[in-house]
Each structure stands twice: as C-alpha cells, then as structure tokens.
Design a protein around this ligand. Structure first.
Ligand code: UDP
Ligand code: MG
Length: 306
C-alpha cells in the first residue's frame, strides 16, 4: 500500500482539484493507497470540505490537528499515521505535481532504493523567491555537513525502513528535508518542473520561511558558533595590538589618546558581544525547546469512513 501525506492550511480554493489529481495519480499506480490530508488548523472551511470528501471515499484519511503547528509538524503527524509500505509526502498547493508519484513508486519498488527525492529542475515562482531559495540552499549545503541536497524539498517517497529511521528522530526542531538526508539509506531522485501555486496565497510568509531556514541551519550546523569564536579571536588579537600601542605611547609620552578611538572600540566590542549572545541564544533556545519535551503536535480527531 502507498500512503500519501499532504498538509493543508487554508487551501479551500484548490482542495477539490488537489484531491481529484491525487486520487487519479494514486489509482494509476495500480496499488492500494490511502490519501492522508493533515488539516493544520485551517479556518477557511478546508476541514469541512475534506471531511465531505472522506465521507464519500474510505481511502481518504483526514487528520485534524488541534491548531496550526506549522507544516513540518503537520507532515510529521501525517507520517506517523501512515500505514503504507511506501509513504510519500507532498505540499498541498499543487506546486508539486501528484502525477509524479507513479514514477516515484516505480523507482522505490526497486530493492536497492529506499528513498526517492523529487528534485526541482525549474521553478515558476517569483524571481525574488527563487533567489532567496537558492541562497538558502547554498548556505545550508555548505554548513550542514550533509553533502549536497540540491533543490529537493519535502516532495519525496520513503519505504518503511527509511520512514522508521526518519520518525525515530524525535527532535522538536524539525527540518524534514535535512533529516531525510541525515538518515542516509539508498536515495535516488527524479526530476520535475516546479509549478506555480495552483490557487490561493503562499502560506509560508517571509517570517515563517526565515524561521524554517534558521531551524535548518542551527539544527544541522555548529558553524555559526565557530564563526563567532573565530571573530572573537580576531578581536582579541586586534585589542592586544591596540593595548601594546597604548602602553607604548604612554611610555613614550605621546599625546593622550583620543575620545573617538575609545568610543569606536566600545561600540565595536559591544556590538560583537551582542551578536554573539544572539547566536548563542539561538542554540540555547533550541536546547530549551528540546528539554521541554513538548509534542510536536496534537491530533484532535481522525476522520475516516469505516
Ligand atoms: N502549510 C501547513 N501549515 C502551515 C503553512 C503551510 O500545513 O502553517 C501547508 C500548505 O497548506 C501547503 C504546504 O504546507 O500545502 C506548503 O505551503 P506553501 O505552499 O505556502 O509553502 P511554500 O510553497 O511557500 O514553501
Ligand atoms: Mg507552495
């Protein structure tokens, strides 16, 4: 059986199209399937619409979260519910074409493949967004130590053993594409063109995207900390040099040192310290969140026709 997990947050304008295309694509694989739609606290009637669909078709499973937890948590909720031998995940805005699933299924049935990642060869998104995504991927690739994971996002299919590994990573700071790369196993990719959103507004606004990018970088890399350390060491060297100069000029009786140099160094050191505290804070916050052990999501109800 195949399970397809799709997170939904206020997608009423494309829900019908989404369900139709997903069901068609899954049927064409010739395998049994379940379509798991995770409602991430929608308030535009998406949930009712999904429940209507699920009443007509027992292959639909609607996982209703107790509020909006963000799409990485919604994916996790769906993955934990999935019963299939092969489990796919896909964004619910039809930027990822469900029609790719049969091809992914063919690949993953091979004994030597555990994970199929869908790789975007092109994108129909605003230039700004493409640019920001590219910047993020290059930062993440060069800092995460995971090797290249060029242009693959959430769209992917895993077999049971890879999924079990992925779900055993219980951290609260979840960046699934990174975690998926971390588990290893035999991974292959299929290529596709990323469409524009079928309808509606992007739900990941700039703030949410920045938060996701920060989660990705800080949870996989200690480079920000290292960077602070090195900059700090450079600062120490500079101030030692300056100290020697001050002592020497005092000994030689040269004119008193100026106000401007004092002020600049105070500002310089102050701002460096604040920046470093901020970077430390990012890690401390994430340690704090891990120790709280709060669940990533709560399920209010699972709707499925018996
Ligand atoms: N989404 C979600 N919870 C959120 C934000 C988004 O479940 O808090 C879903 C959304 O409905 C969509 C998917 O995650 O199915 C990707 O969202 P979006 O298309 O807005 O992200 P982008 O394409 O901008 O990365
Ligand atoms: Mg999208």
């Amino acid at each position: 059986m195949i399970s397809l997990v799709v997170p939904i947050y206020n997608e009423i304008s494309l829900l019908d199209e989404l369900v139709k295309r997903c069901v068609d694509a899954l049927e064409s694989t010739g395998s049994d399937f379940e379509l798991i739609l995770v409602d991430d606290g929608s308030y535009d009637g998406s949930l009712d619409r999904m429940i209507e669909w699920s009443v007509k078709d027992s292959r639909l499973v609607i996982v209703e979260l107790s509020r909006n937890f963000g799409h990485q948590a919604a994916y996790t909720a769906g993955l934990e519910q999935a019963k299939g031998d092969y489990v796919a995940m896909m964004d619910g805005d039809l930027q990822d074409p469900p029609e790719l699933i049969p091809e992914m299924f063919l690949k993953i049935k091979d004994d030597n493949v555990d994970v199929v990642n869908a790789q975007r060869t092109s994108r129909k998104e605003s230039l700004k967004r493409q640019w920001v995504t590219r910047l993020f991927h290059s930062i993440f690739n060069s800092t995460s130590g995971l090797g290249k994971m060029e242009n693959s996002g959430n769209f992917s299919m895993l077999n049971r053993s890879a999924l079990k590994a992925l779900l055993s990573l219980e951290e609260r700071t979840r960046y699934l594409p990174g975690l998926r790369s971390f588990i290893g196993f035999k991974q292959v990719s299929v290529e596709y063109d990323r469409d524009a959103r079928f309808a509606g507004e992007a739900k990941m606004n700039v703030r949410r995207l920045i938060r996701l990018a920060a989660d990705a970088v800080f949870s996989f890399s200690k480079i920000p900390l290292k960077f602070c350390l090195y900059l700090g060491i450079i600062g120490i060297c500079i101030s030692m040099g300056a100290g020697i100069y001050i002592l020497l000029s005092k000994a030689l009786g040269i004119a008193p040192l100026g106000w401007s140099s004092t002020m600049t160094s105070i500002f310089f050191l102050g701002s460096i310290q604040l920046t470093f505290l901020g970077v430390l804070g990012e890690y401390v916050f994430r340690i704090y969140r891990e120790t709280q052990q709060r669940p990533n999501y709560f399920i209010r109800k699972v709707h499925q026709k018996q």
